[in-house]
Design a protein around this ligand. Structure first.
Ligand code: G4P
Length: 527
């Protein structure tokens, strides 16, 4: 197969949803279609339980499982599908945001009864900002839920999307009869079957009386009216609009009952983008370029403290990644080569000789990589787009064992490189402040520092509402000097050395902005 054919057959995407909407179930059903797993239940353990508010042993266990499911790859209809796992738990939202920099498209799963939920809103907003093509799957049609049109309205309004239904349900819950596939002009009658694939009956002409026989007169009439309304109200599907992030096709189904999933997958492989060009600070890199480029979007530490190596997940952007070939680690300015790069297949890792754009390779690392690092064949490129967002929780971190300060700083450094949390160093006194998205991470850090680095830390509360990245219009003007003088106690540097204002309330941010209009405050490190 030629290099260009390899690119064209790849689909790399993530599934995003609010916890419990059915992401894991859908992933599993997709894997079943790809023949990558034999039975349902295989991916199930990949979830960080919602109840685990402070159970870090449980997190450690989950972390081990999630290495295996970070990337799930399989072949389907001659396409190579790479699903990148995005944790639904809100405490790990940052992980998900970073993973979204490595996908070419996403599937958004929504629970038909709950509609649009907060975590979905946040994640979709990130995708919208990046114009990532999105496809919506409305799940759990076997249960009573919201009216399909109301739900489409909700998706448009709350998520700011422009939708077009590609399939439409006939009834719902107790009355659920099936789905009309607008995309393929087929009727799929519902039958509870959790493993077998339902086959659709072609219905090109919706006025065909056979439809009445199949679903009953009333339901058939309603469907005809609804389809007419759809054709009047919603835009026709247009692939360019979808690829530009301007139009989002919607599918209905029930992941648990394996209903509507094949339709989703068939349409997905047809319309979803193959590996896309990616912006580097220096230029746009096209996937079809011959020279290999890629970037690290995730780092996973080894579970076994005796082997302190980590797995860096690299998304290949262009060219062919080859085993035992020297590549430039751009940030460190040195050549590195990898004798055992891992590729992912279903839930297994295996050593590969070659990987192509869209693929993810796992590289063993002893501490050389940071999230966002770029590998090339020699060109000085830095891929953009792994921003830090303001954490939600902040605490001072103190060294609890003076004999182990070296271990503590090394541990903190490496955990931050992995993206577990963010570290800020106060300008005034050099004290370290850890910022996290969820309260859970503080315990994870404490536990891992002790077990992996032999260091002990304690925390001290600190009243910070948000970290604001500071951008002065003119770094030399008096206003900026005054801002720095007055706010001295609240200024810190992040790991990249960028200036950050640790504001104690939303009111302070507002006041500061109006007092120093030329000093811009941002809630993300990328502006
Ligand atoms: P998540 O990864 O998005 O958090 O959701 P997950 O797939 O784990 O699904 C959450 C719950 O919703 C699970 O039930 C799952 O079985 C159920 N579910 C998923 N799809 C459907 C569907 O199409 N119809 C119905 N009725 N339920 C669905 P659970 O009770 O939390 O877990 P389990 O005991 O079934 O494993």
């Amino acid at each position: 197969m030629s290099f260009l054919e390899q690119i064209a057959r790849r689909r790399t995407f993530g599934i995003i949803s609010h916890p419990d909407a059915g992401k894991t179930t859908l992933t599993e059903k997709l894997l079943l279609f790809g023949g990558a797993i034999q039975e349902a239940g295989a991916v199930k353990n990949n979830k960080i339980k919602k109840s685990a508010t402070s159970d870090f042993m449980e997190i450690e266990r989950q972390r081990g499982i999630s290495v295996a499911t970070s990337v799930l790859a399989f072949n389907y209809n001659n396409k190579k599908i790479n699903i990148l796992d995005t944790p639904g738990h809100k405490d790990f939202a940052e992980d998900t945001f970073r993973t979204l920099t490595a996908v070419d498209s996403v599937i958004v799963v929504i629970d038909v009864a709950k509609g649009v939920e907060p975590q979905t809103e946040k994640l979709v907003e990130v995708c919208r900002m990046r114009n990532i093509p999105m496809l919506v799957f409305i799940n759990k049609l076997d249960r009573e839920g919201k009216d399909a049109f109301d739900l489409l309205d909700e998706v448009e309004q709350k998520l700011g999307l422009r939708v077009t239904p590609m399939s439409f349900p006939i009834g719902m819950g107790y009355d659920f009869k099936g789905i009309y596939n607008i995309w393929e002009k087929k009727l799929n009658l519902y039958s509870v079957n959790k493993t077998k694939i339902s086959k659709g009956v072609e219905f090109t002409d919706i006025s065909n009386p056979e439809l009445d026989k199949a679903v009953g007169e009333t339901a058939a009439e309603t469907l005809r009216e609804e389809l007419e309304l759809i054709s009047e109200v919603y835009p026709e599907f247009n692939q360019d609009d979808y690829l530009n992030g301007e139009l989002q096709p919607v599918f209905f189904g029930s992941a648990l009952n394996n209903f509507g999933v094949k339709e989703l997958l068939d349409a997905f492989i047809e319309i979803a983008p193959s590996p896309q060009p990616k912006k580097a600070e220096e230029r746009l890199v096209d996937s079809k370029e011959k020279d290999m480029t890629g970037f690290v979007f995730k780092i996973h530490a080894n579970m076994d403290p005796k082997h302190r190596d980590r797995l860096a997940f690299v998304k290949i952007v262009s060219g062919t990644f080859k085993r035992n070939t020297p590549y430039l680690h751009v940030r460190q300015g040195k050549k590195v080569k990898f004798s055992s790069p891992n590729a992912f297949f279903a839930e297994k890792k295996e050593i590969v000789d070659e990987s192509f754009p869209g693929d993810i390779v796992g590289l063993h690392d002893t501490g050389n990589f940071k999230i966002g690092d770029t590998l090339t064949e020699g060109e000085e490129l830095n891929f953009k787009g792994i921003p830090s967002f303001s954490p939600e929780h902040f605490r001072y971190v103190n060294n609890a064992d003076p004999m182990k300060s070296k271990q503590l700083y090394k541990g903190l450094d490496q955990l931050m490189d992995e993206g577990v949390a963010q570290l800020f160093i106060l300008e005034m006194n050099g004290r370290r402040v850890i910022g996290t998205v969820g309260a859970l991470q503080f315990e994870v850090i404490q536990y891992r520092l002790e077990h992996e680095y032999g260091a002990k830390c304690t925390y001290e509360n600190l009243n910070v509402h948000k970290a604001c990245w500071v951008e002065p219009e003119n770094p030399k003007n008096d206003e900026f000097e005054e801002f720095k003088r007055v706010k001295q106690r609240y200024l810190a540097k992040d790991k990249q050395g960028q200036l950050v204002f640790l504001a104690d309330s939303a009111f302070t941010i507002q006041m500061t902005q109006s007092k120093y209009p030329s000093v811009k405050l941002h809630f993300t490190s990328e502006f």
